[in-house]
Design a protein around this ligand. Sequence first.
Ligand code: AP5
Length: 207
Amino acid sequence: MKIVLLGPPGAGKGTQAVRLAQKLGLVHLSTGDLFRAHIKNQTPLGRKVKGLMDAGQLVPDDVTWQLVAQRIAEDDCAGGYILDGFPRTIRQAELLGEQETLDAVIDIEVDGDVLMHRLCGRRVCVACGAPYHTSHYTGDTCTRCGAALMQRDDDRPETVKSRLAVYEAQTAPLIAYYRERGLLRPVDGAQETENVFAEILRLLGVA
Ligand code: AP5
């Protein structure tokens, strides 16, 4: 199965992708995570994309596609994958479509004020990446592995505003693009995480 998770920043793509990957035995491929790993390891690509990501802007299509194309060509992706955060522009969708046949595009829908609250209060574990929210957890270490929690550089309010504007301008047109191709499966992402997950499984016909 080859699935795309579409949705604005903070919609819950990463949260649902982790669960789906585990349940369906698929590879979870997050372009944001791939870029953050390059930044952490201070690679040439990491140095190139850091400023763009910190400003909430998109990395150029050719750079992003090269990374994704390389990753989906690896053996473990032959059994299927979940794309989280890719494609994000019509051009990226075209490049992907030239090479791959998708089974479904799950569009996780959440309103802007909820997204602001989720992202500005998000904290992530520096070691395992587990997400937390300040309204549910006030500790400063990860309950799973004990490492420190941090705020992502792009989760500060000014940058979140830019990310939401970039989403509307460059990524939201993908909703119509995939609807026209009969692949779009919308889901209400404002529900409890478990309910969103159950709804996605139902849409994929694997509930
Ligand atoms: P990326 O890392 O992909 O960030 P994003 O799309 O902005 O998504 P987020 O990770 O912020 O949110 P999410 O939807 O995964 O939500 P999450 O599950 O964490 O991209 C970062 C940057 O990389 C981009 O700005 C760009 O610069 C670059 N980039 C990446 N891909 C690119 C591409 N294809 N092209 C060009 N540039 C690219 O949940 C958010 C919070 O809400 C968490 O705290 C979570 O616990 C909570 N939550 C989740 N679900 C629920 C729920 N149902 N109820 C209550 N809380 C919930």
